[in-house]
Write a protein that binds this ligand. Structure first.
Ligand code: FAD
Length: 430
């Protein structure tokens, strides 16, 4: 009889809650990862740095497990079908895993749970990717918070009361001892290498110490760039929260935003394709395809917007301040549906995370909960003046800046601002 530990977005051996408890409570634990065909099929570009990253991370975990006399079982397919086949191959008594709160993940886990139950096996799930999961931080009436500040206050109080500690020294002797099982190559799962570098998994305490002063300046290395590691769990959020609590609460506050948006999505799964505030779905988006293309390519003639889009296209990363500016520009200056921008980001961002991406876009478009009021339209020039005064970031990403090769603005700021205000106002008055 064996127990499986099912890795998903928790690709690490240290401080991994579900794995820790599997090894504490069961014997013959065999770790498993499934390249989920349902997810991979949706990725149009087969050169995807995130898939490449997951693959590389799994190879590393597999080597580490093999040094302990065990291995990592890596499958490619639809999770239910993979489990149906594993149940015929192994005598599985339980599956341990860490909870995932996205709508698709919840459905998938429910289906797998039913399948396992039919065969007399149990699915045990644990909290791992967050400090507090959706439902743990509620207001006085037991409802979810719609506003961030009271949510974050409650979160911080609870964090200070609860001793959230990383888990140490898992009981490795309960791993199934077995010879290595080969894993499929990147090509075998339908993908190719990209050459895009992944920001290293280093917790730079100097950056976190100065975070409140440096985080808004895109030309500086003033944020951690650990987004992808939080996304795939190659780093533990408990470890980062501890560092934040010790060094800089502004940084900790950003980790709380991450959990706020996860909570919003869990309680309001409709936000995946609808405005959180339904009236905002009445906005008649212009959705001009040429303007959208100019935005995607970083050719709007607004340097701070274009620099951001080029950074994204080249590296899979964009600084948070610039994400806010480009998202505001797309939705307000160009009146293009936030869902178009959201899905472009979803394709390109290494740290793409459904909840934060949706939350960030709905914030910028003013359609979200606790969003920017609709009449606030970022002025790209004053944002540049405040956050990239020396034009260092702009010049880095736009080599032709200042020459006649650089395009003229595709829309006049004053005109666009007035048009946005009028369009939003009219739609909301209906
Ligand atoms: P740091 O500044 O070092 O922050 C630490 C961590 O806190 C981040 O890694 C992230 O996990 C979390 N975090 C920081 N800011 C936010 C925020 N505003 N909301 C939620 N979590 C936050 N973040 C994503 O992780 N995935 C996305 O797909 C995503 N899309 C976004 C889209 C838009 C339009 C906007 C405005 C923001 C988006 N963000 C997203 C939030 C934020 O921009 C990124 O988390 C951050 O820029 C990542 O860089 P970093 O790792 O250096 O973050």
């Amino acid at each position: 009889k064996i127990t499986l530990f099912w890795f998903r977005r928790d690709l690490r051996l240290e401080d991994n809650t579900g794995l820790f408890y599997a090894l504490q409570q069961e014997q013959n634990v065999l770790p498993l990862f499934i390249f989920d065909q349902n997810i991979l099929e949706k990725l149009e570009d087969k050169a995807d740095a995130r898939v490449e990253f997951i693959h590389a991370q799994l190879s590393e975990i597999k080597t580490q497990l093999e040094q302990k006399g065990s291995t990592l079982l890596v499958k490619f397919g639809k999770p239910e079908e993979v489990y149906a086949s594993l149940l015929t191959q192994y005598e599985i008594q339980a599956v341990y895993t860490n909870r995932d709160y996205e709508p698709y993940a919840k459905e998938r886990d429910h289906a797998v749970d039913l399948l396992l139950k039919e065969k007399g096996a149990a699915l045990f799930s644990f909290k791992d990717q967050v400090i507090f999961e959706p439902g743990e931080i509620l207001n006085g009436s037991g409802e979810f918070y719609k506003v961030f500040t009271p949510f974050s206050r409650n979160w911080l109080d609870k964090y200070k009361q609860t001793k959230v500690q990383p888990l140490q020294n898992p009981n490795w002797k309960n791993l199934l001892q077995t010879s290595p099982i080969p894993m499929p190559s990147l090509e075998e799962i339908g993908f190719v290498k990209t050459g895009i570098p992944i920001p290293p998994k280093i917790t730079d305490e100097a950056i976190i110490s100065h975070y409140d002063q440096t985080r808004n300046f895109p030309a500086q290395k003033g944020t951690t760039r650990l987004g992808i590691h939080l996304r795939f769990g190659t780093i533990s959020v408990r470890q980062l929260a501890q560092v934040g609590a010790r060094l800089n609460e502004t940084y900790l506050n950003e980790l709380i935003w991450r959990e706020f948006y996860m909570m919003i999505l869990a309680f309001n799964p409709q936000v995946v394709d609808k405005a959180f505030k339904p009236a905002y779905d009445r906005i008649p988006w212009r959705n001009n395809p040429e303007e959208f293309r100019a935005w995607c390519e970083g050719k709007t003639g607004y340097p701070i917007v274009d620099a951001g889009m080029r950074e994204l296209n080249e590296t899979g990363y964009m600084h948070n301040r610039v994400r806010m500016i480009v998202a505001s520009f797309l939705t307000k200056h160009l009146l293009i549906d936030w869902r178009w921008g959201e899905s472009y980001f979803a394709k390109k961002l290494l740290d793409f995370e459904l909840a934060s991406n949706n939350g960030g876009w709905q914030w910028a478009a003013s359609t979200g909960t606790d969003a920017q009021p609709y009449f606030r339209v970022f002025n790209p020039d004053s944002q540049t003046e405040k956050f990239d005064k020396d034009l260092k970031y702009i010049k880095k990403w736009i080599p032709e800046f200042g020459t006649d090769k650089y395009p003229k603005p595709i829309v006049d700021h004053k005109f666009a601002r007035a048009r946005a205000l009028e369009t939003y106002k009219k739609a909301l008055e209906q």
